[in-house]
Write a protein that binds this ligand. Structure first.
Ligand SMILES: [Zn+2]
Length: 209
């Protein structure tokens, strides 16, 4: 069999690699390959570059299929996660973000009871009451110690709950306050200027007699 020409084997190799050759041809090719290093090289090059075995072929399809499936699952998962995060941040915004309730929407009065200051509130349901510490401020040439207060709601709570009537809240245990103003303020900035701005925008709701 050794006298078979290399060119014949070269012609057969692609078919052999594709596994469409007859058992006789297979034997011919294999015997030749065993003794011819040139054709071995050719065989190796061909198998490395072109050869996709049939089994592997289906495997490859399966693999692509699996990859596509995985990709689909990934897409679905990330869509779900993103939707969930969006919903979560919407909920946080709706139920977490506190906005001051405007003075015009409420009715509020402050009373001194046993050296403490109490507010009586009627208005939209609130989630918290913001009270500043007593701050010194000069009003019309007079030094005064004032409190700033506002009731805060969230968009969400306003949907769930509606109206509160005459709710009491302890504003201060300190009798040493001259006036209470209702209005938005920034707890982190209680400089005299910020306070004055808040007072000007706010409403005087109690003054020491
Ligand atoms: Zn050969």
């Amino acid at each position: 069999m050794k006298n078979i020409k290399c060119s014949i084997i070269e012609d057969l190799l692609p078919l052999y690699i594709d596994q469409v050759t007859s058992p006789d041809s297979n034997e011919l090719v294999e015997n030749h390959l065993a003794s011819c290093s040139d054709c071995q090289k050719e065989y190796k090059t061909l198998s490395d570059s072109y050869y996709i075995p049939k089994e592997t072929n289906t495997d490859a399809f399966q693999e692509i299929n699996n990859k596509l499936k995985k990709k689909k699952i990934k897409t679905v998962l990330s869509t779900m996660i993103i939707s969930f995060l969006l919903m979560l941040s919407a909920l946080l915004l709706i139920f977490g973000y506190q906005i001051p309730i405007q003075y015009n929407d409420i009715s509020i009065s402050v009373e001194q009871k046993d050296h403490e200051l109490w507010s009586t509130y009627s208005g939209p349901d609130f989630v918290s009451v913001k009270v500043s510490r007593p701050v010194d401020v000069e009003i019309e040439g007079k030094k005064e110690k004032i409190l700033l207060v506002y009731y805060a709601k969230t968009i969400g709570y306003s949907f769930i709950y509606d109206h509160l009537e005459n709710t009491n809240f302890n504003l201060s245990k300190n009798e040493d306050v001259d006036a209470v103003y209702y209005g938005d303020f920034d707890k982190k900035n209680l400089s005299e200027e910020a306070i004055k701005t808040a007072i000007n925008k706010g409403k005087l709701i109690w003054k020491k007699k």
